[in-house]
Design a protein around this ligand. Structure first.
Ligand code: ATP
Ligand code: MG
Length: 426
């Protein structure tokens, strides 16, 4: 036997037993963004490497060590997108969607990062994200947070996620803060790891973002950016906090939340959970007022977030909230011998004509009653239509309830459409 080829490490198949849950997640996301009037944008999976270097920042985990970068056949350097914001801004600039306009956009799709695969961390993963352009005030920051909170509500996980927020202030405030931070970090040099020492020189704020517990302990007493905010940013942050209070959205101000990407300013936030172990951040975002300009466009404010869908799916599974996902079949149609196969097909096509939303599966492959009923049950269908010679002869079907305590009924073909529609209307 020849050797089987395996999937690439960290890149998962989504098997039929899981796709129903994924579809439920995706359709809920679509429903929620539509209910806020957001529009979808789709961008390519591959972009110029420079796009990510210029937006995410050279001294970040993503650009330093996680990107899938390769030379195209004509030796251009291309990269599989590690996140969505840079591409959305690139597309917005390229097609003139941003300057002097307001846009409320969303996207969903695969992202790629060469990380060490573990639970909740993969090399190909999926993000859903929103990006809003042309709005400056904290009202829109509150809206995108509210939108994410509505998703938790829809999925029934509000109790299992916590919102952390912080403000990174203006670029000028960060410059002043950096000096204080560097002075502090120099006193802790012996406790810093190699990455942090390098960042101390190149991008000191990133040290706050370190995942190393030893580094985290050493920097616990570091000066806080939130204490050095410029007046405008402080007012903006206060405006956001007030709105969240008024809306009843609970949050914790986390002064060391700086986010792993360079383009953020003012508001940053994360939704974290304790139900996933180490990979606790399910959703992360913030404001990026300088990014559009940094990527060559005319100044336009931006704010958004990205949600890791694998982590969301894992949460639903861990909390056993995946059980109420619908089965893929409503009606299972049997055909007790070959002579009634055509009649059974005609019945199912007639039902599909009249009720296109019904999921109808026809039995194929023959077999006795017992076998066919077992398949009907395994399909997850709520009802089975039993069709034998007697039913075909009298232009009827027998309706058997597979989940409800109700006696089998015989229904005329001419009345079947309405009969079935009524069952599923309940
Ligand atoms: P982390 O701190 O977990 O590495 P991050 O700060 O790198 O996350 P972002 O770039 O902010 O993550 O991406 C937003 C969300 O996308 C994360 O909160 C997470 O839910 C998800 N995510 C990021 N990287 C991965 C990955 N490798 N596999 C699965 N989900 C991921
Ligand atoms: Mg990361």
């Amino acid at each position: 036997m020849s050797k089987q080829i395996q999937a690439i490490r960290g890149m998962n198949d989504c098997l039929p037993t899981e796709t129903a849950l994924w579809q439920y997640v995706e359709s809920t996301v679509r429903q929620v963004v539509a209910s806020y009037g957001y529009q979808e944008i789709r961008t390519p999976i591959v972009e110029s490497t420079d796009l990510f270097k210029r937006s995410i920042g050279e001294v970040t985990d993503i650009v330093e060590k996680e990107m899938y970068t390769f030379a195209d056949r004509n030796s251009d350097s291309l990269t599989l997108r590690p996140e969505g914001t840079a591409s959305v801004v690139r597309a917005g600039n390229e097609h003139g969607l941003l300057y002097n306009q307001q846009q409320r956009l969303w996207y969903m799709g695969q992202m790629f990062r060469h990380e060490r695969p573990q639970k909740g961390r993969y090399r190909q993963f999926h993000q859903f994200g929103v990006e809003v352009f042309g709005l400056e005030g904290p009202d829109i920051d509150a809206e995108v947070i509210l939108l994410s909170a509505r998703l938790w509500k829809m999925f029934g996980i509000t109790e299992h996620v916590t919102l952390e927020i912080n403000s990174l202030g203006s670029a000028a405030a960060r410059v002043a803060y950096k000096e204080q931070l560097v002075a502090f970090l120099k006193t802790k040099e012996s406790a810093l790891d190699e990455d942090s020492l390098r960042r101390l020189e190149s991008n000191p704020l990133r040290v706050l973002d370190s995942k190393n517990p030893q580094v985290q302990a050493a920097i616990a007493g570091a000066p806080k950016l939130i204490d050095c905010l410029d007046e405008e940013s402080a007012k903006h942050f206060q405006g956001l906090c007030e709105r969240l209070d008024d809306l009843g959205i609970q949050y914790r101000v986390n002064p060391s939340l700086v986010r792993g990407l360079d383009y953020y300013n003012r508001t940053v936030f994360e939704w974290v959970t304790e139900s996933l172990g180490a990979q606790g951040t399910v959703c992360a975002g913030g404001r990026y007022d300088g990014l559009v300009q940094q990527l060559g466009g005319k100044g336009t404010q931006g704010v958004g977030f990205a949600m890791g869908l694998e982590r969301l799916v894992l949460m639903l599974q861990t909390l056993e909230l995946d059980k109420n996902v619908e089965s893929p079949v409503d009606v299972y149609i049997t055909a007790m011998d070959e002579s009634v196969e055509l009649y059974a097909r005609q019945i199912s096509e007639m039902l599909r004509d009249g009720a296109p939303q019904l999921r109808i599966m026809n039995h194929c492959g023959g077999g006795n009653v017992k076998k066919q009923m077992k398949r009907a049950d395994n399909s997850g269908a709520r009802i089975a239509l039993i069709i034998g010679q007697n039913e075909a002869e009298h232009q009827q079907v027998a309706v058997k309830y597979l989940r409800d305590q109700q006696a089998q009924q015989t229904v005329a073909k001419s009345e079947l459409g309405e009969f079935i529609t009524n069952i599923f209307a309940k």
